[in-house]
Design a protein around this ligand. Structure first.
Ligand code: PLP
Length: 283
């Protein structure tokens, strides 16, 4: 059975799905995207991702191509059609296609594409957390990182470097030497006093949906919590470090630039938060 994709109102076999040559997401990175995890055929953190989708579009003045309810219906239909029990949904909305010009045509209509990935391995998340090794590098991105834009070149460059060094993720570092976030995840440390720390929301980082849910879980678990920046040096001497993202959940970091974090094992606080998150996500 072929996997289907949704492209501007049509369900098409995934391998035949295509965007016009002059779609602005490919020519200019003029589009936004969202990624949901699917667990037990349900979207994890569904509403929060939709809220961020609408916010990102609003900031770029791209109209919603259809209402949220209609988009959600198409997403669900695709999950059913592609028989996804555990996996991911990628949704992209670009400003649309028109003759390549920095100023888009006045009558341009946004385009929407949705596809799924089957990841049965996600069902094992509870049993087999991956211990992440990361590198750090300069944050070369623009000044509106709060928008989930398809322009991801600096993220891609640094992540490729991490991959080349046998690492899973890279943390980006601002001009003041403070960690902003991962190339596709939010960054966290746990201090020796067991305070959980992550950078405060601003235009410097993406407001991670998983970050938001984990903030709620930290409050419920009764851990001390500080929203503040931290340096790479502080992270290397922290008791624990972890990342959060829709696909990594709460991912334990055991090595930063070759320095072992704590005793190199998954920390107690990280483990607890991961467990709480997976439970909340239905995994
Ligand atoms: N930061 C960046 C730069 C990201 O690309 C992502 C996810 O792709 C995140 C953080 C984590 O966001 P979320 O928890 O919504 O997946």
């Amino acid at each position: 059975m072929p996997s289907y994709a949704f492209v501007d109102g049509q369900y098409v076999p995934r391998h035949l799905a295509a965007l016009p040559l002059e779609d602005r997401a490919t020519n200019f990175g003029d589009g936004i995207y969202e990624v949901w995890v699917v667990a037990q055929s349900k979207l994890v953190d569904e509403e929060k991702h939709f809220a961020r989708l609408e916010r990102s579009l609003g900031e770029l003045k791209i109209p919603m191509p259809m209402g949220q309810k209609a988009i959600a219906q198409h997403v669900r239909r695709l999950i059913r059609r592609n028989n996804i029990k555990f996996g991911t949904v990628y949704l992209q909305i670009s400003r649309g296609a028109s003759k390549r010009d920095h100023v888009p045509a006045a009558n341009i209509t946004p385009s929407i594409t949705i596809f799924t990935n089957n990841k049965p391995g996600l069902a094992e998340a509870r049993r087999a957390p991956k211990k992440l090794k990361i590198i750090t590098g300069p944050d070369l991105r623009w000044a509106r990182r709060d928008i989930k834009s398809t322009s991801l070149l600096p993220n891609v460059m640094l992540r490729m470097e991490a991959h080349q060094q046998g690492c899973h993720e890279a943390w980006m570092v601002d001009d003041q030497g403070m960690v902003t976030e991962g190339t596709s995840s939010s960054s966290w440390i746990v201090t020796l006093e067991k305070t959980v720390v992550t950078r405060a929301l601003s235009n410097d980082i993406l407001p991670g949906v998983t970050r938001d849910t984990v903030c709620e879980l930290i409050a419920r678990a009764g851990y001390e919590f500080e929203e503040r920046g931290f340096s790479v040096e502080e992270a290397k001497h922290a008791a624990e470090a972890f990342v959060t993202s829709a696909t990594n959940f709460v991912g334990p970091v055991v090595e930063i630039d070759g320095t072992t974090i704590g005793n190199g094992q998954i920390g107690e606080v990280t483990n607890k938060l991961r467990d709480l998150y997976l439970r909340a996500a239905g995994l």
